[in-house]
Design a binder for this molecule. Structure first.
Ligand SMILES: [Fe+2]
Length: 207
């Protein structure tokens, strides 16, 4: 993705069938080629008349979206969030077998009492999201971990939190394969979660 306007649809970092059978090819085509593309197009359309914001990164726009003109705020929050969240989500999937490592693994142990406990708590939070939204593992300004959920395409950025990993629990992320069985989707998603990328996200900005 370019770092500022006009934002571009970034290709998936793996083939569409790479995550089978955990996440199917048809879902990935719709999710990336249709849903994410629509967010990119709508974000660009909304920002087009506002030249003064064309040099801002997506992260800056989302962190400080409340400083934007009133009429621009919903478009940036919803479509900008849609671009940011999906790019992160796709970057955190892999066909490779990965596991928590380094500082992130230590911090998961310290905060949740181990990986299995983390997985259980994270899955419970993701099950509880009512309607559409995401569950996140975030770090605060002191690098402590927490599990949070936000509705729609909201991001943790305006709250001063940095994403480590996230799961999309909008029905479009799983309905074609799992129908209404969100628990199956969450279990499958853990099989293709890219822990190496999550560790990099956690280590970003660490002392
Ligand atoms: Fe999605």
């Amino acid at each position: 993705m370019s770092h500022h306007y006009p934002f571009e649809l970034q290709p998936l970092p793996y083939p569409y069938d790479a995550l089978e059978p955990h996440i199917d090819m048809e879902t990935l085509h719709f999710h990336h080629d249709k849903h994410l593309k629509t967010y990119v197009d709508n974000l660009n359309k909304a920002l087009e008349p506002y030249g003064e914001y064309h040099s801002r990164s997506l992260e800056e726009l989302l962190t400080h979206y409340k400083d934007l003109p009133d009429e621009l705020q919903p478009a940036v929050k919803n479509n900008g969030g849609g671009v940011y969240n999906h790019q992160l989500y796709f970057s955190l999937l892999t066909p490779e077998k990965t596991e928590p490592s380094g500082r992130l693994a230590e911090e998961l142990d310290r905060t949740f009492g181990g990986f299995e406990e983390f997985q259980q708590q994270f899955s419970e939070m993701a099950m509880k999201v009512f309607g559409s939204g995401y569950t996140w593992l975030v770090k605060d300004e002191r690098d402590r971990l927490a599990i949070v959920s936000y509705p729609n395409q909201d991001t943790p950025l305006p709250h001063g939190l940095k994403p480590v990993l996230l799961i999309d629990v909008w029905e479009h992320a799983y309905y074609l394969k799992n129908q209404n069985r969100r628990a199956d989707y969450i279990r499958n998603w853990f099989q293709v979660l890219n822990w190496d990328q999550a560790a990099k996200n956690y280590e970003l900005g660490l002392e």
